[in-house]
Ligand binder design. Structure first.
Ligand code: CP
Length: 328
């Protein structure tokens, strides 16, 4: 694994498998059945210049669970970037204060620009419509755990990615990560104008996966293993798109009816969250709440052990955990 985690492109199949193993080892520490202070004295800079609940809080909790402490900055208003400070200067300053930095920023490429000026590991917590590599890793970890529970294998699995595939950075990172594995069947369904970028479709096809685009969910998905749906990222729309977008039609709605009629009893439903609960949003219906196929909250729980694994690996303490275990 390279010094930073900015994009899934820097991960090999071996490094991903290592992170999956370390995350599994972190489970009892993430749930405080075991305790380690392996990062005692270390400081995380958690810089979020765009809204977040899960990523910000779970990176914070993951660092604390390893014994470290966290300095948070939320929003441009409370950072000196509001006074015109550059990414370069911010990065040089923060890397003097911290041992690792997580950053979310609305501009694609900004986290990489920030990382270029620092000597401490930087994790991309989401850069505009670019990537969200830690989310993809926890998503893959979730698929792996769910498949183990269901007695399924990733090889040959059928995975549906639906919703806003153009601006949804989680699906950009996830499809690249999945493409590192044995051949899969991947189906893409998105409203017109919000299709998966063609360079990603070409990449996945070039790695031997079967990839298909459909224009709605109104067809049979009986052999589907995973539905991964995403919110429409209206905050990234142009004014023209915002004026013309009428909301998601029923053809794109993931709800109990879709799951019962079109899928199977072993199809799991994932979503990076947040799901949009405002009228007309429809990315993931609440009528699935309580259905065991809905994996979204198991998925969010998996964020802690995976983010602990990312810190432990980047800060090179993954081999020290066993020796550092302490009584609860
Ligand atoms: N999945 C995700 O990135 O959620 P947040 O925006 O709440 O961090």
């Amino acid at each position: 694994m390279s010094q930073h985690l900015l994009t899934v492109d820097s991960l090999s199949r071996e490094s991903v498998d290592h992170l999956l193993r370390v995350a599994a080892r972190m489970e009892p520490i993430a749930s405080r059945r075991q305790v380690t202070r392996v990062l005692e004295g270390a400081v995380l800079g958690n810089l979020f210049f765009e809204a977040s609940t899960r990523t910000r809080v779970s990176f914070n909790a993951a660092f604390c669970r390893l014994g470290g402490s966290v300095c948070d900055t939320t929003g441009f208003t409370f950072s000196s970037m509001a006074k015109g400070e550059s990414l370069y200067d911010t990065s040089r300053v923060m890397s003097g204060y911290c041992d690792a930095i997580v950053m979310r920023h609305p501009d694609q490429g900004s986290v990489a620009e920030f990382a270029a000026a620092t000597h401490v590991p930087v994790i991309n917590g989401g850069d505009g419509p670019g990537e969200h590599p830690s989310q993809a890793l926890l998503d893959l970890y979730t698929i792996d755990k769910e498949f183990q529970r269901l007695g399924k294998r990733l090889s040959g699995a059928h995975i549906l990615l639906t919703g806003d595939l153009k601006y949804g950075r989680t699906v950009h990172s996830l499809i690249k990560l999945l493409s590192l594995y044995d051949p899969l069947r991947i189906t893409l369904v998105s409203p017109p104008g919000l299709e998966m970028p063609s360079y990603l479709i070409d990449l996945v096809a070039s790695r031997g996966h079967r990839i298909e685009q459909r224009d709605s969910l109104a067809s049979d998905f009986a052999d589907l293993d995973v539905v991964y749906t995403t919110r429409i990222q209206k905050e990234r729309f142009t004014d023209e798109m915002n004026e013309s977008f009428q909301g998601l039609s029923d053809d794109f709605m993931v709800n109990r009816d879709f799951l019962d009629k079109r899928c199977s009893q072993s199809t799991i439903v994932m979503h990076p969250l947040p799901r949009d609960s405002r009228p007309g949003a429809n990315d993931l219906n609440v009528d699935l709440n309580g259905d065991p196929r809905l994996a979204i909250f198991r998925q969010t729980d998996n964020g802690i052990p995976m983010r602990m694994a990312i810190f432990a690996t980047l800060l090179k303490v993954d081999d020290l955990i066993e020796k550092d275990l302490r009584p609860v």
